[in-house]
Structures are given as structure tokens and as C-alpha cells.
Design a protein around this ligand. Structure first.
Ligand code: PEP
Ligand code: MN
Length: 264
């Protein structure tokens, strides 16, 4: 179902007027790694919406490496993310990690994110396939392109054809970046499937100084959008403080990437 042999033309999602895929202008998905407080979300949404960003991200359920790390605000975070996004005319995307949470996340989010660590969670893929919400499907950091596309197939096979693929870097022997952005996977996914493909430069690089060239490269190979983490105060963020952009950093990022992302 994901294949271009089945459907030749690009799938273009229209989520409350926000169009993703095809020949549309690339979208920006931005926001903090974790939802932490009303002030943090309010400031971020006000800043980003003033720059034309229509999709606000923020994790309420966080897949942390350590069980002792901040695990997210849960339902309170969902409520907060939804409210702040609405107040600023934005869509809200957030990760769902557990089949038991799909209903509550779908109640509050406009787009359900499947994180890299859950790309192989077939029960979860089926469950979001039954939800009436678009799905942002991250590639697992050790998944082949074939496995990633089969993961998307799980969602489509349950009747949900609103899937956005997201390349977020894979694990290689390289240590100077957190992951290795796989641009071939982006080009391949665009060629082999009709689904929109976006690139998460933040988790791919794991460092701020590479975000501009990686975003430019992603757009050059045909990505339909860029996913980037933005936080009012990355240094005090409860997760991913090495890589989130502050507001000045986001403006510099926009200026660096240039016209393609200067959303009207
Ligand atoms: C995220 O986007 O918040 C996240 C945890 O990313 P990934 O699943 O790609 O690691
Ligand atoms: Mn993060």
C-alpha cells in the first residue's frame, strides 16, 4: 500500500489546512523535546507561530534511555500541548509509546508520533493504524529502509493512509554525531513510496552546528519538511539540552537554510 507501484502520485495530507507532501512548500515541525511547563510551551508556540510554523511538537511521554530520566508530563502534557497549539493556530504532534495510550493521545494530538524506539512495535503500529489521526513514523535507528516501509505498511493496512515518514538518523560507528543522517533513505523513500517524507535534523545530528547543512541537504534530496527541536532555554531543558535550538538559534537556522523554509 505504501508503494508507488500501487499509487503513482504523491500523497498530500491536508491536516486542518496544513498541507504536507507533493509539490507543497516544505513544512517545519518544531518545538521542545519535552513538554515541561505552561510558560515554556506558551513562549515556544508564540515564537514559532510568529515565524509561520504551523506544527508544534513536544513530548508528553518520553522514551528515555535511563528509567531515572525525566519521563514526561503524561496526560497533563497532552492537555497543555493541545491548548497552547490551539491558542496559536497550530497543529500539535506528540509521541505515543504505548497501545494503552493511543486513545488519550489521539484525543489531544492532531498527529501521532511513533518514535524511533517503537518503530518495530507492531501492536502499536496496528493501534495507530486504527486511530483516526495522521501518523508521523520515525525510522528506527537500526532499521533498514525496507523495515521502515513495512512499519508504515502496518499502519496503512489497518486503514490509516495518513502516514508521514521521518528519517532521524541511524546508529553507525561514527561518534562525532549522535546518529548518521541517511540521505539515501530519504531519496529512496521518496522514490519508492507516495508518502510524505520529513527529516529530523535535531536527533540526526545531536549537535546544533550541523543543523543548517543537514536541513539544506535534506531538502535537496526531496524531503517534504524539516523537524527541529526548539526550546526557550536549552541549557535548562529536561531532555536533549545539547541539541535543541534557542530562539535566536532558530532564527539563525532559518536564515541559514534560506528561502525554502521561510514560511509565509
Ligand atoms: C522525539 O522526537 O522526541 C524523539 C524521542 O525522537 P526519536 O524517537 O527519533 O529518538
Ligand atoms: Mn529530543
Amino acid at each position: 500500500l505504501v508503494s508507488r507501484q500501487v499509487k503513482a502520485e504523491d500523497t498530500v495530507l491536508d491536516i486542518d489546512g496544513v498541507r504536507i507532501g507533493g509539490q507543497e512548500r516544505p513544512v517545519v515541525i518544531a518545538g521542545p523535546c519535552s513538554i515541561e511547563s505552561p510558560e515554556q510551551m506558551e513562549q515556544t508556540a508564540a515564537f514559532l507561530s510568529a515565524r509561520g510554523v504551523r506544527i508544534l511538537r513536544g513530548g508528553a511521554y518520553k522514551p528515555r534511555t535511563s528509567p531515572y530520566g525525566f519521563q514526561g508530563m503524561g496526560v497533563d502534557g497532552l492537555i497543555l500541548g493541545q491548548r497552547v497549539a490551539r491558542d496559536h493556530g497550530m497543529l500539535f504532534v506528540t509521541e505515543v509509546m504505548d497501545t494503552r495510550d493511543v486513545d488519550v493521545v489521539a484525543e489531544h494530538a492532531d498527529i501521532l508520533q511513533i518514535g524511533a524506539r517503537n518503530m518495530h512495535n507492531f501492536a502499536l503500529l496496528r493501534e495507530v493504524g486504527r486511530a483516526r489521526r495522521p501518523v508521523l513514523l520515525k525510522r528506527g535507528f537500526a532499521a533498514t529502509v525496507e523495515e521502515w516501509l513495512y512499519a508504515a505498511e502496518y499502519v496503512l493496512s489497518e486503514g490509516n493512509d495518513e502516514v508521514i515518514l521521518c528519517e532521524r538518523g541511524i546508529r553507525t560507528f561514527e561518534k562525532w554525531t549522535r546518529n548518521t543522517l541517511d540521505l539515501s533513505a530519504v531519496a529512496l523513500a521518496k522514490q519508492m513510496t507516495h508518502l510524505p517524507v520529513i527529516v529530523d535534523v535535531t536527533h540526526a545530528a545531536g549537535r546544533r552546528d550541523l543543523l543548517v547543512p543537514l536541513a539544506k541537504a535534506a531538502l535537496a534530496v526531496g524531503a517534504d519538511g524539516i523537524h527541529v527541536e526548539v526550546h526557550p532555554s536549552p541549557a535548562t531543558a529536561l531532555s536533549d539540552n545539547e541539541q535543541q535550538l534557542d530562539f535566536a538559534g532558530y532564527d539563525a537556522f532559518l536564515a541559514g537554510v534560506g528561502a525554502a523554509l521561510n514560511v509565509p
